[in-house]
Design a protein around this ligand. Structure first.
Ligand code: F0G
Length: 362
C-alpha cells in the first residue's frame, strides 16, 4: 500500500491549505491518489478527541453534516466526479443521506436517497431535504431500501455511495488514523465503534492493518464493535465464531443502526479477526443511559453513538476490558441529529414573574 512517513501527516496539521486541513485528505497518499483540483472537500474530519473520566471520545459528530459519513462521502463523491457521474444514490437511516445530499450539492450532482418510511429522525430528514436531495420513502425497513437501491443503481445508472462503495471505506479509514495521530501515534488498547451496516467496522480494520504495515504504529489496538440488542446480527454471528451469517428483523431506539442484514458483513468479520476484536450488544435502556451520561459531560451524541460507552461498561464488567486499558470510543453522530431521543422533563413553563422563577429553582 503506502510507504509514506507519518511525519508528513503531522506536518500538514499546521498547513493552511484546505486539503491539508481536511482530516481525510491530510492522509491522501493512503486514501486516493487523484489530481487535487478534482477533490470535493468541505473540508471534513479534524474532529476533537476528548478525555473524560479516563476514556477518550473521538467526536465524529463534529463533521460538517454532523456525522462520520462525511469522511467517506468526500472520497466517494470525488470519485463520482472523476467518473463523470450525474446522479448519486444511497439507502440510509438518515446520516448517509444528509452527507450524500451535502456533497452532491457542492459537486453539482443530483442526489437520490432511499429511506425507510417513518424510521428516520426528523432532523436528518430535514437536513437531507435542505441540501436538495430527492427523498424516496420506501415502505419497508432499511434492509429493503438497501436492496432496492442496489437494484436501481444497476438498472438506472445511479452511482451508489453506500459503504459497499470501496471509496467510502477509504475515507473512513482516516477516523482511525486521525485518532492515532491525536494520541501521538501511541495506540490505545481498544477502539470502540457502533456497528450497523458494518462499513465503519470494516474501514477501521483496514486502517489498523495498513497503519501497522506502514510502520505508523508498533502495536495493534483491538476493535470492539457494539450493536443494539434489537439489531444484532453481527453479535449473533460473533457468538458462533462467525460460523454463519445471521439476519434479523431490526428494532431499536437507535434508528441509525436499525439494520438487520448489514452489507459489509464479510469485511467486518475480517476486521475483527485482524484486530483480535470483539462484538458486544447493549439494550436500548443501556445505550440511552450512556447517551444521557455523554450528554451530561457536555459532549452529547445521538443514541447509536452511545452504544460505545454502554459497550465499554459491559465489557469492563465481563473482564474483557481492564480498568487500566486505554480506550477510545468513536462518537458517530451529533446530539442534535435525534432530538426526539432527548428527555424534556427539565422544561418548566412559567409566567413572566420572578416568584415563578424562584419556585422553579426549588
Ligand atoms: N452511528 C451512526 C450515527 C450512524 O448513522 C451509523 C450508520 C452507524 C453508527 C453505523 O455505522 O453502518 O458503518 O456500521 N448509519 C447509516 C446511514 C446506515 O444510513 O446513515 P455502520
Amino acid at each position: 500500500m503506502t510507504n509514506v512517513r507519518r511525519d508528513l501527516f503531522d506536518e500538514r496539521r499546521s498547513s493552511r491549505k484546505t486539503i491539508d486541513q481536511s482530516g481525510v485528505w491530510r492522509f491522501r497518499e493512503a486514501v486516493l491518489v487523484i489530481d487535487e483540483s478534482t477533490i470535493v472537500t468541505h473540508p471534513e474530519g479534524s474532529t476533537r478527541l476528548y478525555e473524560r473520566d479516563g476514556i477518550f471520545f473521538k467526536h465524529e459528530g463534529e463533521n460538517p453534516t454532523g456525522s462520520f459519513k462525511d469522511r467517506g462521502m468526500t472520497v466517494a463523491v470525488t470519485q463520482a466526479v472523476r467518473l463523470g457521474t450525474h446522479t448519486i444514490g444511497c439507502a440510509s437511516t438518515g446520516n448517509t443521506s444528509a452527507s450524500a445530499a451535502a456533497y452532491a450539492a457542492q459537486a453539482g450532482l443530483r442526489a437520490v436517497v432511499f429511506i425507510p418510511a417513518g424510521k428516520v429522525a426528523t432532523g436528518k430528514l430535514a437536513q437531507t431535504l435542505a441540501y436538495g436531495a430527492l427523498v424516496l420513502q420506501v415502505r419497508g425497513d432499511f434492509d429493503a431500501a438497501m436492496r432496492l437501491v442496489l437494484e436501481a443503481s444497476k438498472r438506472l445508472g445511479i452511482y451508489l455511495v453506500n459503504s459497499i462503495n470501496p471509496f467510502r471505506i477509504e475515507g473512513q479509514k482516516t477516523i482511525v488514523w486521525e485518532l492515532l495521530q491525536d494520541l501521538e501515534w501511541n495506540p490505545p488498547d481498544w477502539i470502540v465503534v457502533p456497528a450497523g451496516n458494518l462499513g465503519n467496522t470494516s474501514a477501521f480494520g483496514k486502517a489498523l492493518v495498513e497503519a501497522r504495515d506502514a510502520g505508523w504504529i508498533a502495536k495493534m489496538p483491538r476493535l470492539a464493535a457494539i450493536q443494539a440488542s434489537g439489531a444484532n446480527p453481527f453479535y449473533r454471528s460473533f457468538r458462533e465464531n462467525f460460523a454463519r451469517r445471521h439476519r434479523v428483523t431490526p428494532e431499536t431506539i437507535a434508528s441509525a443502526i436499525r439494520i438487520g442484514d448489514p452489507v459489509s458483513f464479510d469485511n467486518a468479520v475480517a476486521a475483527l479477526r485482524a484486530t483480535n476484536g470483539v462484538v458486544e450488544e447493549v439494550t436500548d435502556e443501556e445505550l440511552m443511559t450512556a447517551k444521557r451520561d455523554i450528554d451530561h459531560m457536555g459532549i452529547g451524541c445521538e443514541p447509536a453513538s452511545a452504544t460505545t460507552l454502554a459497550g465499554v461498561r459491559k465489557l469492563r464488567k465481563a473482564g474483557v476490558m481492564r480498568d487500566a486499558d486505554r480506550i477510545v470510543c468513536v462518537l458517530t453522530g451529533h446530539v442534535l441529529k435525534d432530538t426526539d431521543a432527548i428527555r424534556s422533563d427539565r422544561i418548566v413553563e412559567i409566567d413572566p414573574d420572578v416568584d415563578a422563577v424562584e419556585r422553579a429553582l426549588d
